[in-house]
Design a protein around this ligand. Structure first.
Ligand SMILES: Nc1ncnc2c1ncn2[C@@H]1O[C@H](COP(=O)(O)OP(=O)(O)OP(=O)(O)O)[C@@H](O)[C@H]1O
Ligand SMILES: [Mg+2]
Length: 425
């Protein structure tokens, strides 16, 4: 069994594309760590560097306490499963699973025992004598997993193993992966772009965007207490309300979050008050999940927003309302573009500064701040507040609606998307 430690691991592809930027991560022994992020954010690159299939440009990788940057893949005791786990077509399921043990000249009794044990755990014991071509996609992925894990590697790497399967099969296999790797106690790093998969499977989730680590914590921590606006938005099941607010402290009596047409006051007794007050006179980003806004009667006291109901959406188990608020909307702040400068002289992003640092071996430069951009192409779009109404639509389109705001559930970010009151992890 193995621990995995990444210390400032960086990947710059030939041509200058900065795919992974100074990644610091740790997977404890027996842990299931999920790497989550949108397509192209560098998940597979990171996994392949851990497996030894991709060279590490800078930083250190430690496997089981040993520096592993230059270890050959076969010396890492790592097994990997891909999205399309290719099987040997002319071997039976039994022959596919047993193959790595045969290569390792394991004694036949042990081979038989392990194959039977694993095929039962993966619910493919009925298919042992069949060829891969006669199996369903879900069964084939089970065989690929069995073959990868049969020789009991120290580290099990999975790159979107369920993404080609239908929803029902994904749910079923997700549970089996969870119980299999936990019963074997093998350290596992699992890559996905599916939030539900990450939240349901992980001991810890590392969230990436554009090669940069955005957040790291237990599923509960990253969902309830996200460290960045990106994490908050990426993990929201409905679209997150991201609003621009000016911070003021009138006569130091309280903190005013000024949203333009609406204001919300925060009392000094709020645990975040001091951190927020340091941004007085500037604009911050406020994130509000649709379920933190509650439709209330017009004359209700307390912090609230109001507006015309633009439209209602039926989602089966709930209704969502879109309320015209007049508040400036902001886009999700992103790390700078990882491409190299292109020929027209425009800066392409971070790769040059990271390359300079790597070449000079100097101290780490300050993370460059990408200011939040108003959503839309340069226009100051006004936000439609998305409100979760539950199973009964209390409003009709065109009506005037008011929503109470739970101030304790406002998520407060700087313009570059970092939490103003950093979560303690
Ligand atoms: N060999 C390569 N040379 C240059 N760029 C590459 C190479 N491999 C990957 N990239 C780029 O690096 C970035 C990260 O790729 P990667 O495959 O790690 O993303 P990913 O997060 O796994 O995405 P997906 O969810 O789509 O699989 C992408 O922009 C990709 O185009
Ligand atoms: Mg990938």
């Amino acid at each position: 069994m193995s621990t995995v430690v990444l210390d400032n691991v960086t990947k710059v592809y030939p041509g200058g594309y900065l795919a992974v930027d100074r990644m610091n991560l740790r997977a404890a022994e027996g842990e299931l760590l999920v790497l989550l992020g949108p397509s192209g954010c560098g998940k597979s690159t990171l996994l392949r560097m851990i497996a030894g299939l991709e060279e590490i440009t800078a930083g250190d990788l430690w496997l089981g306490g040993k520096l592993a940057n230059h270890l050959a893949p076969r010396d890492r005791d790592v097994a990997m499963v891909f999205q399309n786990g290719a099987l040997y077509p002319h071997r039976t399921v039994r022959g596919n699973i047993s193959f790595p043990l045969e290569i390792a000249k394991t004694d036949p009794a042990t081979v038989k025992e392990r194959v039977v044990e694993l095929s039962r755990a993966l619910h493919i014991d009925e298919t042992l004598d069949r060829r891969p071509s006669t199996l369903s996609g879900g069964q084939r992925q089970r065989v690929a997993m069995g073959r990868a894990i049969v020789r009991r590697p120290s580290l099990f790497l999975m790159d979107e193993p369920l993404s080609n399967l239908d929803a029902g099969m994904r749910t079923e296999l997700r549970m089996e992966i969870s119980s299999l790797v936990r019963s074997l106690g093998v350290t596992t790093i699992y890559v996905t772009h599916d939030q539900v998969e990450a939240l349901t499977l992980a001991d810890h989730i590392a969230i990436m965007n554009r090669g940069v680590l955005q957040d790291l914590g237990t599923p509960g921590q990253v969902y309830n207490d996200p460290a960045t606006a990106f994490t908050a938005a990426f993990l929201s099941s409905q679209q997150l309300n991201l609003l621009a607010a000016h911070v003021r402290t009138p006569q130091n009596q309280y903190i005013l979050l000024d949203f333009g047409p609406h204001q919300i006051t925060m009392q000094w007794t709020d645990p975040r008050a001091y951190a927020v007050s340091r941004h007085a006179g500037t604009q911050i980003i406020v994130g509000i999940r649709p379920d933190a806004l509650v439709a209330v009667p017009e004359n209700t006291e307390g912090p609230s927003f109001f507006g015309r109901v633009r439209t209602l959406e039926y989602h089966g188990h709930e209704w969502l309302a879109y309320l015209e608020s007049g508040i400036p909307a902001v886009g999700v702040p992103e790390p700078p573009d990882p491409r190299h400068a292109n020929g027209d002289g425009q800066s392409g992003g971070r790769s040059r500064s990271v390359m300079r640092r790597l070449l000079s071996n100097g101290p780490q430069e300050e993370q460059e701040d990408a200011p939040a951009t108003p959503a839309g192409s340069g226009t100051h779009r006004r936000a439609d507040l998305i409100v979760r109404l539950g199973s009964r639509p209390v409003w009709r389109a065109g009506e005037h609606g008011r929503v109470a705001v739970d101030v304790s559930r406002l998520m407060l970010f700087t313009q570059s998307g970092a939490r103003i009151d950093p979560p303690r992890r």
